[in-house]
Write a protein that binds this ligand. Structure first.
Ligand SMILES: [Zn+2]
Length: 151
């Protein structure tokens, strides 16, 4: 068995900066706090600097996470239909399938009625009263097939 050893030279960047006396007091305070976290071990300016960076990134990360959950839960999910919109569409369409047959008559079925996005969500349609209609399950599937959404 051959063990290959690779020596990777760590690339390091040097940062130099100066700070005022009043900032110095704050930095010392932060070093003490961090030192307690590191179980009393001394903390270098480098460690302090990197800890600060980590905290900024962690704070930004959790902010994005929170925005993500709100997105999934509510208005940004375009498939989501608010109860108010549902009620308006149900009332407008009389709780019946609005599919128009070739002879001009309306299906009118009340069986397995579903909310249908006239302009599909996949191509930018939204869950507004104007973009929604009621279709019975059969007609919803027929429309989806015609639009090439399902086979
Ligand atoms: Zn129908």
């Amino acid at each position: 068995m051959v063990i290959r050893q690779e020596v990777v030279l760590e690339e390091r960047l040097k940062v130099t900066f100066s700070y005022s006396r009043e900032k110095s007091a704050k930095i010392e305070q932060a070093r003490e706090i961090l030192s307690r976290k590191y179980s009393g071990k001394g903390v270098s300016i480098e460690e302090l600097f990197l800890e600060g960076i980590e905290q900024i990134l962690a704070a930004e990360g959790s902010k994005k996470e929170k925005m993500g959950t709100r997105k999934e839960r509510g208005s940004k999910n375009r498939r989501y239909i608010s109860p108010k919109v549902k009620k308006e569409v149900l009332e407008r369409d009389g709780g019946c399938c609005t599919y128009r047959n070739k002879d001009g008559s309306v299906c009118g079925s009340r069986w397995s009625v579903e909310f249908d996005h006239i302009k599909p969500v996949a191509v930018g349609g939204v869950s507004s009263v104007e973009n929604l209609r009621l279709l019975c399950r059969n007609h919803n599937q027929l429309m989806a097939r015609d639009a090439g959404l399902i086979r």
